[in-house]
Design a protein around this ligand. Structure first.
Ligand code: HEM
Length: 511
């Protein structure tokens, strides 16, 4: 409720002074178009206003903050094809249309710069973007992801003896893969993982976190960074990496002067997607069996370039990849700021407009997908929807599309699934159901912790075979030096496991 003109005025002044921080603080807003009084601006934006965009024919809705005769800020939500395509590249520098450039278009990403201590690609919006993206793409190759992922998962599987938190192991694995493939960093301490999770929350919710807490966390990661980088510096320099590229590009004296470990906060999206796929697989035996059969049919080392090429082309695994990206679409809504007036798909965008493209809404828009609430890999069988083209845009689209979408993320995903289920049965032990991540959320992340068990199928088959064998056969199989041949059965071990034991044999062994 609006309590008085003084409060409204003070809230407006604060909003003018610091617009980004005021979105979502719970202050009382007066939205001009409907005269509606809003308490939670952020919720209004990502639910009600986004609902309106999805329900509209064109996929666009807008409103403004202020009074009908004094609008301070404008808000636009885009979910329709032509709007999304233009909105994601709003204000980008282009030699062809220099008038469209808006130096402040990416100012909503300021918390990333504050957290890293340096500007990152997401903060850049001028001529430098091209070179920076080139440097990133060069160091996010499919080949590096394949070899790093195969190594990390081999190590992980050899240590996987008991029930584990799926969220944690996948996050740690993804962080290590990115660290190796992107930075040539061999080892990331496990204590970094909870810090990265908090960091992601802080960056998404900068307005809800005190400056002191933000700085403390930043410093904690920086201290860890300085230790890890100085320990591994010699090794890092042995190979080409984004880290050495960055050192030169940012003019830093030492590698440790960059907060490289903080940059690993990018793991959140791929961690969510791999975790989501494994949860679906763990709770759907039929899907798990079909996938395993398909993966085993390759008969190649999937960590080798040839093996991965074959893995990459498996149809069911690819459908699961696309459907997981759609269903779990892990990015927060894309956000841009228009400091000056412009147009998007013919719609006037006044100065001081916040533009939001909720990709997750697009991926769950019933106009684009039948029964979007169902995880159904078969919807991609026809192959008519191409990744990075509307509506299949979990990595966005256009000039700022995710640089990991050209093979890097796919390799991480496919190697992870293949390595985990190829020789093992994955079971969810902690929950009967998987939570549904709301479509309208600003943070598409799992809130619950899931525990899983991994049973090696060869060992399982072996112990099953032992259960099914006569005592003599078990002794023989285990290489016992003396045994009395069982004269009642002349069948070989092979035959016996194939045709199955008699009831009598089972009883004899169990007693
Ligand atoms: C399934 C996994 C992933 C998804 C769905 C995803 C999604 C996205 C999206 C939607 C953007 C566009 C942001 C914008 O325009 O505002 C983006 C940008 C970016 N992503 Fe990803 N991402 C994933 C994995 C990764 C990984 C593994 C890395 C690095 C190792 C990465 C690095 C980046 C970078 C550096 C940008 C900024 C590009 C720019 O501003 O030009 N992403 N990502």
């Amino acid at each position: 409720m609006l309590t008085g003109p003084k409060q409204l005025l003070s809230s407006m002044i604060q909003t003018v002074l610091n617009p980004l921080r005021k979105i979502g603080t719970g202050l009382t807003y007066y939205m001009g178009d409907s005269g509606k009084i809003i308490r939670d601006g952020e919720k209004f934006m990502f639910t009600e206003l986004a609902d309106r965009a999805v329900a509209s024919q064109q996929g666009h809705s807008s409103t403004y903050l202020g009074l009908p005769f004094l609008s301070l800020y404008h808000f636009h939500i885009f979910t329709g094809e032509n709007f999304v395509k233009e909105a994601v590249s709003y204000g980008e520098y282009s030699e062809k249309f220099p008038g469209k450039f808006d130096a402040k278009a990416r100012s909503l990403f300021d918390p990333v710069k504050e957290f890293l201590g340096d500007p990152a690609i997401v903060n850049m919006n001028g001529k430098e973007v091209k070179a920076e993206r080139f440097g990133i793409k060069n160091n996010l190759s499919q080949a590096r992801a394949v070899s790093a992922a195969a190594n990390v998962f081999d190590r992980m599987l050899s240590n996987w003896a008991e029930e584990k938190s799926l969220n944690h192991i996948i996050c740690y694995a993804c962080t290590q893969i990115i660290a190796k493939a992107w930075y040539n960093l061999d080892e990331v301490p496990e204590e970094l993982i909870p810090l990265l999770k908090t960091a992601e929350y802080y960056v998404f919710n900068r307005d809800k976190v005190s400056d002191q807490d933000f700085e403390n966390l930043r410093q904690q990661i920086k201290d860890l960074n300085d230790r890890v980088i100085s320990e591994q510096e010699e090794n890092i320099r042995k190979g080409e990496s984004y880290l050495t590229y960055l050192q030169e590009a940012r003019g830093k004296k030492r590698l440790a002067d960059l907060n490289a470990l903080a940059g690993l906060v990018v793991e959140g999206n791929i961690t969510t997607v791999v975790t989501g796929a494994l949860l679906q697989i763990a709770t759907n035996q039929e899907l798990q069996n079909r996938l395993r059969e398909e993966i085993k049919s390759i008969n190649f080392d999937i960590g080798s370039p040839e093996g991965y090429q074959k893995l990459k082309e498996l149809p069911l695994l690819h459908q699961v990849y696309l459907e997981t990206l759609r269903y779990y679409s892990p990015s927060p809504p894309m956000a841009r700021y228009a400091s000056k007036a412009g147009t998007i798909n013919g719609v006037h965008i006044p100065a001081r407009s916040y533009l939001f493209i909720p990709l997750r809404r697009v991926m769950h828009d019933p106009k684009q997908w039948s029964h979007p609430e169902i995880f159904d890999p078969s919807r991609h069988e026809a192959g008519s929807r191409r990744l990075n083209e509307f509506p299949l845009t979990p990595f966005s689209t256009g000039p700022r599309v995710c640089p990991a979408s050209f093979g890097f993320a796919e390799a991480m995903f496919k190697i992870a699934i293949a390595k985990i289920i190829m020789n093992n049965e994955l079971t969810l032990t902690s929950h009967a159901d998987i939570e549904t991540i709301p479509v309208e959320t600003k943070e598409p992340r799992f809130k619950q912790t899931y525990f899983v068990k991994l049973n090696n199928l060869a060992q399982k088959a072996e112990s099953q075979a032992e259960v099914d064998l006569t005592p003599t056969q078990v002794l023989r199989m285990r290489g016992a030096t003396s045994y009395s041949p069982n004269t009642s059965s002349s069948s070989t071990l092979e035959n016996n496991t194939k045709i199955g034991p008699t009831q009598q044999q089972k009883q004899a062994y169990r007693v």
